[in-house]
Design a protein. Structure first.
Length: 137
């Protein structure tokens, strides 16, 4: 990427670099080197994301390098309640050949906006004051 940036962009501003670029597009050219942990494969469409410097330019199906598989491919399918129940279910419930989330505790907070009402202070009459005093004592 850095070499491509120097070659395509920075060279326009007079910046140069000492490097060599080689573009390989087919499994045959990939396989000419020593491949460790990778395998040369064929793709289904031409590689158009890098400068196609081949002469003439490659327009047919090309290749790529892929990581070599480590281990054996493994597939596990569970589709019945007995399959689901054979393991440990966390926050899940198995029934009727389906997995469903189990009920969890939660807090729900609801706020209701209402305008503030104003109250008017009114002086208490003498008889109301006596009633209040009688209730307090």
């Amino acid at each position: 990427m850095v070499c491509d940036m120097v070659q395509q962009t920075l060279s326009q501003e007079g910046i140069t670099g000492a490097f060599a670029l080689e573009s390989d597009y087919t499994p045959t050219t990939f396989a000419q080197g020593t491949l460790t942990g990778t395998v040369a494969t064929t793709t289904t469409s031409p590689f158009v994301y890098a400068p196609n410097s081949a002469n003439p330019p490659i327009t047919s199906n090309t290749g790529d390098l892929e990581l070599t598989r480590a281990g054996t491919q493994f597939t596990l399918t569970e589709s019945t309640t007995a399959d689901f129940a054979s393991g440990t279910l966390t926050n899940m419930v198995a029934s009727n050949n389906q997995l469903s989330p189990s009920t969890q505790s939660a807090i729900k907070v609801t706020a209701l906006y209402s305008p503030v009402s104003t109250a008017t202070n009114v002086a208490a009459t003498e008889s109301e004051a006596h009633k209040r005093a009688a209730n307090i004592s």
